[in-house]
Design a protein around this ligand. Structure first.
Ligand SMILES: Cc1cc2nc3c(=O)[nH]c(=O)nc-3n(C[C@H](O)[C@H](O)[C@H](O)COP(=O)(O)OP(=O)(O)OC[C@H]3O[C@@H](n4cnc5c(N)ncnc54)[C@H](O)[C@@H]3O)c2cc1C
Length: 319
């Protein structure tokens, strides 16, 4: 069973979640008997890092064109559909980043196949691909299998295993197979901050911060930890933070190794976006706040006292 994986990159910098997606694909291909082809969509001459070459792909195809841009999801999807056709792939895998979710849906549409979105587990068992994905805002997990049809799969970041294989993938550069499909234009640069869905540590703030300026406390803490800063919808609706920072049902789904929720009550819609985090630390002055129901560790206290102390302790340990 051949599999293709979109290796999400920008100017040669590959998303670490794509390396995990290659690992998942390799496990599937080894179990089912097949090969993994990674697809890189970049301008010509872009080099591929060693960590990507040994991450599980047997082949890496770099599809070059001059006008690749960061938002060309429709073009990338067509490219994946073309490579899938060429390699006879049974599955297309992307990481469930913001761009990955878009690309996987568009690729599935281009090929007329189903999507298994935002999976937390994918394996080959009893002769078919089986996948597990959270449903009902994370209240339940759905286990499904696909027998003979092709399928497009997105995998939640931080859920795959990064592999280091002995043999590096063979790299082949070729011009794009897709003509005249660049309908999306990149219009804005990124913030330069750690990407929320990719981050290993996320520090999120809610209405308990009282003023938008107080997010500086969380930004400083995030700086010490190398973390991304997230937010509840309440503060996004108040205009304190951009929507791209929102975690939850109508924002981003994150599953970092450590999620620190500060002044966030823990409404079900917020939990939907973060309850699959490995370790959750909640800081809230209300001992009855629902966030403590999902927290691994809880600090009942005033965040304006707790955060500066926490930051100074962490600084003394980490720096
Ligand atoms: C359809 C729909 C979709 C939604 N999608 C999302 C979503 O994607 N993401 C999301 O987050 N929400 C979402 N919501 C909103 C959600 O229901 C909550 O309203 C929201 O999450 C609350 O945000 P909050 O926890 O910041 O604010 P609050 O609920 O007001 O909680 C503030 C918390 O701060 C604590 N606090 C106050 N002062 C301090 C202090 N000094 N020190 C420590 N703690 C303090 C309080 O005890 C309280 O628990 C959605 C709602 C709907 C209806």
């Amino acid at each position: 069973m051949n599999i293709i994986v979109w290796i999400e990159s920008r100017a040669g910098e590959v998303k670490s979640s794509s390396i995990e997606a290659l690992g998942v694909a390799r496990h599937l291909a080894d179990a089912a008997g097949g090969e993994v082809t990674g697809v890189v969509c970049e301008a010509g001459g872009t080099s591929i890092p060693d960590a990507v070459l040994t991450a599980g792909a047997h082949h890496i195809v770099t599809r070059t064109r001059d006008d690749w841009n960061n938002c060309a999801s429709d073009t990338i999807a067509r490219e994946l559909a073309a490579v899938s056709e060429e390699t006879g792939a049974k599955a297309i895998i992307c990481s469930a980043t913001a761009a990955g979710k878009e690309v996987v849906s568009l690729a599935a549409g281009a090929m007329g196949v189903a999507v298994a979105a935002d999976c937390v587990k994918v394996e080959y068992s009893e002769g078919h691909i089986q996948f597990e994905r959270p449903i009902y805002a994370g209240k339940a997990h759905l286990l499904q299998g696909v027998k003979s049809e092709k399928i497009a799969i997105s995998i939640r970041p931080n859920y795959g295993e990064k592999l280091t294989c002995d043999a590096a993938a063979c790299v082949e550069n070729s011009a794009t197979a897709v003509k005249g499909w660049n309908r999306t234009q990149f219009v804005e640069g990124d913030s330069g901050q750690v990407e929320l869905t990719e981050a290993e540590i996320v520090v999120s703030g809610g209405r308990g911060l009282k003023e938008p300026e107080n997010f500086k406390l969380l930004e400083d803490l995030a700086g010490v930890l190398g973390a991304a800063v997230g937010a509840s919808r309440a503060v996004v609706d108040l205009g304190w933070r951009p929507h791209s920072d929102q975690v939850g049902q109508t924002g981003k789904t994150v599953s970092p190794k450590l999620y620190i929720a500060v002044g966030i009550s823990g409404a079900i819609q917020h939990l939907a976006g973060m309850s699959s985090s490995r370790t959750i630390v909640a800081i809230n002055k209300d001992a009855g706040a629902p966030i403590f129901g999902v927290a691994t560790y809880g600090i009942v206290g005033d965040l304006f006292e707790v955060i500066p102390k926490l930051e100074s302790e962490l600084k003394s340990v980490l720096q």
